[in-house]
Design a binder for this molecule. Structure first.
Ligand code: PMP
Length: 304
């Protein structure tokens, strides 16, 4: 069970988390017509009266775009100011995760996005490691990543997560930690809730935006950091067989941060991972506001 932050934003006001409840007839619950965000924050290790949020602007922009797919106009700056207020009210003392959610809040049946009430809520929970930082084993899922012609993959649409859920459960029930999904073209797309990176011959390779991936914000941060470190970066289609012979493979996401992959199916990777380790070191320093170069990615919120 999670430890939830005590205050939620629900129906246009801040209320105790336990009072933020929905009806069983809520439209989005039935049709998956919601979209969410997920961002991390930590108490500032250098100032206990402050909280640090990582790439708040990008997360709010992505949620605002997701809301557009639901025919809901929710400006990014509005989300940003509600999240800032949310953090001030909760005064989190440990590493945490914020989950903002837009959804069709109407009570009633018939899948649609027009002539229907929508709403927005925010809650949070304490969150340490989502996957083992030591590394995970992965299976290639028998479920394929959806295609953009069937649903908007640039949004974090709640209904889309049935595929992630099937893939994750299939992986765990067959003895693995995580699933890697191919796309409809049979190329590597991403994991159940993370983007994927491969290192071969000193080159950092990741499937591009045309490979039916979610436009991950951690992925974007890693690409920028890698380029700044003068690591050669390539965004291109990745074949399944390339995964098996890679020098290093890792997953990236807000919850998972950078998680090394130890094994894919029967293929084991070495325990020396110079590029994964280097990127992880810098990303950790960035999120803790210890790296001058990326200060603009970190929002400092006074809670004192
Ligand atoms: N892919 C999927 C399907 C996800 O749910 C996530 C987590 N949001 C990611 C990738 C990674 O995205 P981000 O780095 O923005 O958290």
């Amino acid at each position: 069970m999670h430890t939830f932050l005590p205050i939620a934003y629900f129906k246009n006001q801040f209320v105790p988390f336990a009072e933020a409840n929905l009806s069983i007839a809520t439209h989005a619950l039935h049709y998956g017509t919601g979209a969410f965000g997920g961002l991390r924050g930590i108490p500032n290790p250098e100032n206990s009266n402050q909280v640090l949020l990582f790439r708040l602007d990008r997360h709010c922009k992505r949620l605002s775009s997701s809301a557009k797919f639901l025919s809901y106009d929710l400006p990014a700056d509005k989300i940003e100011s509600i999240i800032t207020e949310f953090v001030k009210k909760n005064r989190p003392e440990r590493s945490f995760y914020i989950r903002p959610f837009v959804y069709t809040s109407d009570l009633g049946i018939a899948p649609r996005l027009h002539n229907i009430e929508k709403d927005f809520f925010v809650y949070g929970l304490e969150l340490g490691d989502y996957l083992s930082p030591e590394g995970v084993s992965c299976r290639i899922s028998s479920w394929y990543r959806q295609e953009d012609r069937s649903l908007p993959l640039r949004g974090k649409i709640s209904g889309a997560y049935i595929t992630s859920s099937l893939a994750k459960t299939e992986a765990v029930s067959s003895g693995f930690d995580e699933a890697i999904l191919l796309n409809s073209q049979g190329k590597v797309s991403e994991a159940s809730g993370m983007n994927i990176f491969v290192v071969r011959n000193g080159e950092l390779i990741t499937p591009g935006y045309d490979q039916d991936i979610l436009e991950g914000i951690t992925r974007d941060s890693i690409l920028t950091i890698a380029r700044d470190l003068e690591i050669k970066v390539v965004e291109r289609p990745v074949d399944k067989s390339e995964l098996f012979i890679a020098d290093e493979v890792f997953l990236s996401g807000t919850a998972a941060k950078i998680t090394p992959v130890k094994r894919i199916e029967t293929f084991e990777f070495g325990t020396t991972r110079p590029i994964t380790d280097r990127l992880r070191e810098v990303l950790t320093a960035v999120t803790e506001n210890r790296d001058e170069r990326y200060r603009e990615w970190v929002n400092t919120i006074d809670i004192g």
